[in-house]
Design a protein around this ligand. Sequence first.
Ligand SMILES: [Zn+2]
Ligand SMILES: [Zn+2]
Length: 347
Amino acid sequence: MKAAVLQELEKISVEDVPEPVCGDNEAILKVESCAVCGSDIRIYHYGNDRVKPPAVIGHEISGRIVEAGKNVSRVSVGDRVALGADVPCGKCYWCTNGMGTNCKINYAIGYQFAGGFQEYMVLNQTTLDFGPVTPIPDHVGYDAACLAEPLACAINGLELANYSLGKSIAVIGLGPIGCMMLELSKLHGSTTVFAAQRSAGRMEMARPFRPDARFVLTSEEDLVETVMRETGGEGVDLVVTTAGSVKSHEDAVQIVRHRGYVNLFGGLKNQPKLELDSNLIHYKECFVMGSHGSLPRHHQKAVSLIAGDFVHAADYVSRTYPLSEINDAFAYHESRQGLKVVVKPGE
Ligand SMILES: [Zn+2]
Ligand SMILES: [Zn+2]
């Protein structure tokens, strides 16, 4: 079978490799769709402590079970499933207390476990026992279903920030996660919604996901000034920074209202530390927090929101590529011309 193997930094080659063998406690998934994530691109350029080349990455996955070991009851041959990325170990303090995203081991598909940029992959026992393996209804396409993974992370981010009906929100950074936040804001009945983005092209791509939001092009308009003016100096209940930039994090603390939440969702790798006026947090009594990844139950919610057409996952797919053109898929992702790029190992 074919697999896209990360050989070393900035080198992925499509190779013929042996088909995986299914153990008694394992299952084999035929990968139909695996979307490219920003973190795949970071691994490609900079590596990751949890990825040891040669390795197969890719963690936004959907496909069909083609083999199940004799002790496996969770899935059966023929099941259509989507996978999340984070796999709780199921045994540490965090996992046994329902906080698997903080698992000490922090297993993930496409990291320690081989990922989706290959024709067939193993679902190992830990994944089947504790991981995000969610059935997808027949009417949901594989390309849409694989995007349940990033959607699950967005859902976790909103849940941890105590987002609820009718709250006002500002989303800074309108990549795919930002657009998902906009769609989720509609489901929460938010009517005051700011959507901020530096580049005009990205902003236009995001507009259809929440046309009634107040879009702020931050290269031309000052976000802090705009939000404060248009909210009567109050700010918003929740600010989510999906753009991993120091400026977006600093702005977020400025525009959150008293008792509001700031979710520093976008990581800041290799960037300077924040200049944070802690007095702002002190006097606002606001909550500055972060989130990353998701739990299996978020992944289940994500699949059901996609299946119910509450989140329009298919609309995020700008292009698809066969596995043989994975390097083109990565280049297209990096060009930022589209939202999501999906690799199709079966084509
Ligand atoms: Zn991802
Ligand atoms: Zn754990």
